[in-house]
Design a protein around this ligand. Structure first.
Ligand code: UT7
Length: 336
């Protein structure tokens, strides 16, 4: 059995900055409310017509990660792409990355685990590398939320939170099993599936034909819905549990953590976790202030920025943790 390690990281966000004040021009919201409840100051939105999609942003992040990994694109053995906002209903973006990067006909897998998507994707890549089946796996998390949000006062509870962007990592074989990804921990609780969801169009409750037939301008079913307080309460519990699970599995304590990179759901959630584990500001990386919640892209964007800022060094214990729609949650324990 091998371990896997992250050998290259990259991220890409669109240039277009949307501030809280910008949002208050199109809906009844304000900078004070958004900052107080979420910590978000601004986010990036793709400008229609500029050509960015979930896939193209993922490709841009991936190119940087591959270059930093010091490998050739033809050394990639497998692609895992996590998103809740794919370019097409099908096929998923994994194959589009294979095409756009001109990678040989390796397997491409799409992960549908929303905010936990990147943690799930890392876990999948890790298993393939552990068994020796693949040596280098490209993992991408990318989201284009902005054009699927209800940008009116009706949708403000959700729309002010989400932003666009992408992050990528190249995972590679590590022969020393005290280094790299030590363990991953995944969970789900489908009982709460609808508490944070986008129901339509789907083949379950609301078909495309239903939407067309009803032709109802008040139809909210194709916008994301979130029971914010319920999600918040579950998030703080599950984040904590899954971090503890990962530490205990490796006989580690919270004092061993050098850097925690939580999914950027809400600055208040990160602060709650920081306090619970008695971590200093230096031990928790947050960038939700700049990007909002980019779901599957949030951890790889944050991890890339932390690495670029020199906050991740060889030998460090780095913990990734996520919670979101599904509900799904998970953690990754890394000896860098
Ligand atoms: O990434 C996946 C995981 N996601 C999360 O973990 C998110 C978890 N939830 C949250 O972060 C928070 O619940 C929110 C930030 C989404 C909302 O904060 P909240 O403190 O739970 O607010 P609320 O939904 O209870 O709304 C409070 C008030 C309401 O008005 P009334 O009924 O008290 O008059 C809302 O209508 O704030 C109002 N409101 C807003 N006001 C200004 C909701 N959205 C806005 C807004 N601007 N954007």
């Amino acid at each position: 059995m091998y371990n896997s390690k992250i050998i290259g990281l990259g991220h890409y966000v669109p240039d277009n900055v949307v501030t809280n004040d910008d949002l208050s021009k199109v809906m009844d919201t304000n900078d004070a409310w958004i900052q107080e409840r979420t910590g978000i100051k601004e986010r990036r939105h793709v400008v229609k017509g500029d050509g960015d999609t979930t896939t193209t942003m993922g490709v841009k992040a991936a190119k940087i990660a591959i270059e930093r990994a010091g490998i050739d694109k033809d050394d990639i053995d497998f692609i895992v792409f996590a998103t809740l906002s794919p370019d097409y209903y099908f096929p998923g973006p994994g194959v589009l990355v294979q095409r756009d990067l001109g990678i040989k006909t390796v397997g491409a897998l799409d992960v549908r685990n929303q905010c936990s998507g990147f943690v799930y994707a890392i876990s999948i890549a890790d298993q393939y590398i552990k068994t020796g089946m693949y040596k280098n796996v490209l993992v991408i998390g990318s989201e284009l939320h902005s054009h699927g949000l209800d940008m009116t006062t009706r949708g403000r509870g959700v729309s002010v939170i989400f932003g666009d962007g992408a992050g990528a990592a190249v995972l590679s074989r590590e022969e020393d099993n005290t280094k790299g990804i030590l363990s991953t921990h995944l969970h789900s609780e489908g009982q709460h599936a609808e508490e944070l969801s986008l129901i339509a169009p789907g083949m379950g409750k609301r078909w495309v034909t239903d939407i067309i037939e009803d032709n109802d301008p008040q139809d909210e079913s194709y916008f994301p819905y979130m029971n914010g307080q319920f999600v918040f309460k579950n998030a703080v519990v599950r984040f904590s549990e899954v971090i503890i699970e990962g530490l205990e599995k490796n006989k580690l304590k919270s004092t061993d953590i050098n850097l925690l990179v939580p999914h950027q759901a809400n600055l208040r959630i990160s602060q709650f976790i920081q306090k619970k584990f008695q971590l200093s500001d230096d031990q928790v990386f947050n960038n939700i202030m700049k990007y909002g919640n980019t779901t599957a892209a949030s951890i790889p964007i944050a991890l890339t920025e932390a690495w670029e800022a020199g906050k991740v060094e060889s030998g460090d214990l780095v913990v990734l943790a996520a919670f979101g729609s599904g509900f799904t949650w998970g953690s990754v324990i890394i000896r860098w």
